[in-house]
Design a protein. Structure first.
Length: 280
């Protein structure tokens, strides 16, 4: 029994060591990074001064570049808002494999889960096939879980489906030796200030916290705790909350539902903002 226990423990440790080796690489740093995904990874909700979204992936790229000599780090962001999993696999995964960076972040399937009648088990099966494909070409593939939508208007109704898909992502990561950006456990993004006005995408502060957590997962030292408490906030009256909800429904929820009914996407005619691995 003791020998069996030692073997089990040794096996678990070697799997963890292998995962860490993949993250740090032979040189102890990641020299190139390609981000794959939808609006979350494109950075919607975090606009830059030039009108191009920034987002957590761009912010993570800056933290990674700080580990390299100036100009040595290269970064591509292939993500496009509104993309479904199959579109990401068809359009972005081949390009990511072609670029062959040290790191790929693969965050996909969220838009599929939000669609009525979608099956998280079926989505996860296709997701795992893409992960296996990427792992054959890329040293480190970081996967992203879903957010805990408890208390979030409308999306809270889908919490069970999101939790099921999140469990699948964690299991897929275990099977393929991938680090996990566990957004479900990141409590700080459950604060409304972590979300933009549309309540569907993170705010600049929310994206910053996700970038810090991603950097931690990759073994980087970060300048701030992503789960640090938010400063105290004045309580809103019930009347003010109702006004905000009505404004949100009129300006954001109704147009979003309309696009779904018409089969349109916010990402139609949008191109990747960084299609090539370029220095920051």
């Amino acid at each position: 029994m003791a020998d069996d226990s030692k073997n089990i423990s040794s096996g678990a440790r070697s799997a963890a060591d292998e995962s860490q080796d993949l993250i740090t690489g032979a040189t102890g740093a990641i020299g190139s990074y390609a981000a794959v995904g939808d609006s979350f990874t494109e950075g919607v909700g975090d606009p830059g001064p030039d009108g191009v979204y920034i987002g957590w992936a761009d912010r993570l790229a800056v933290l990674l570049s700080d580990q390299q000599a100036e100009g040595a780090f290269r970064y591509a962001n292939l993500a496009i808002r509104g993309r479904l999993l199959d579109q990401i696999v068809e359009e972005q995964v081949p390009r990511a494999k072609e670029l062959a960076p040290d790191l790929v972040t693969f965050c996909a399937g969220g838009n599929d889960i939000l669609r009525p009648g979608s099956d998280p088990d079926a989505v996860a099966e296709r997701y795992e096939a893409a992960v296996a494909d990427l792992r054959a070409s890329v040293g480190t593939v970081l996967l992203c879980t879903g957010f805990d939508t408890r208390g979030v208007p409308v999306l809270g109704l889908l919490r069970g489906k999101i939790a099921t898909y999140t469990a699948h992502v964690r299991a897929i990561a275990d099977r393929h030796g991938c680090p996990v950006l566990d957004l479900w456990s990141l409590k700080s993004v459950q604060d409304r200030r972590a979300w933009s006005e549309d309540r569907l995408h993170l705010s600049a502060d929310g994206h910053t916290r996700v970038a810090l957590r991603a950097a931690q997962v990759l073994g980087l030292r970060v300048p701030a705790d992503p789960d640090q408490p938010w400063p105290p906030e004045m309580e809103r009256s019930a009347a003010e909350a109702r006004r905000n909800n009505i404004h949100w429904a009129r300006e954001h929820l109704v147009p979003w539902i309309g696009r779904r009914l018409r089969g349109e996407s916010s990402g139609d005619h949008v191109e990747p903002k960084r299609p090539d691995l370029l220095p920051l």
